[in-house]
Write a protein of this length. Structure first.
Length: 136
């Protein structure tokens, strides 16, 4: 597993845990950093803070592209992987779209339901397709 793949997994762990604890991802990350327990990979920090900063827009996009699914109905892993994936698609200029989609699909393949890879792939592929109109 590459360093960036590990960073994505760690970011997902933090974002998922924060949501489960009723905290923002930035609050949990800051608490861990203050306690000296934060992530070693700087990309993890970038992802967590980026998802936190853009969460309203990310959730708006997920809701718009997930036809028939509200955020609350989605498995928590899928919802948070979609936040990470869309963040990388729209805001991480050094990550190719295909890599962002593939990494997100791999995360849900390992951590979520059998239907999750197709669901996440479909949403992220559509966001990638519409990327230019979403960022202008």
């Amino acid at each position: 597993m590459s360093a960036r793949s590990k960073a994505r997994k760690r970011a997902l762990d933090l974002i998922f845990a924060a949501e489960a604890q009723g905290l923002t991802a930035d609050q949990l990350l800051s608490a861990q950093l203050d306690a000296g327990e934060g992530p070693a990979n700087e990309y993890t920090t970038e992802l967590v803070r980026g998802v936190h900063e853009h969460r309203a827009r990310l959730d708006e996009l997920i809701s718009g592209y997930a036809q028939g699914w509200s955020l609350d109905r989605m498995p928590a892993v899928d919802r948070n992987v979609l936040r990470l994936g869309i963040y990388e698609l729209l805001y991480s200029e050094d990550v190719p779209d295909a890599v962002a989609v593939s990494e997100a699909v791999n995360l849900v393949r390992d951590l979520s339901t059998d239907e999750s890879p197709a669901f996440v792939n479909g949403i992220l592929a559509n966001v990638a397709r519409d990327k230019d109109s979403l960022t202008s």
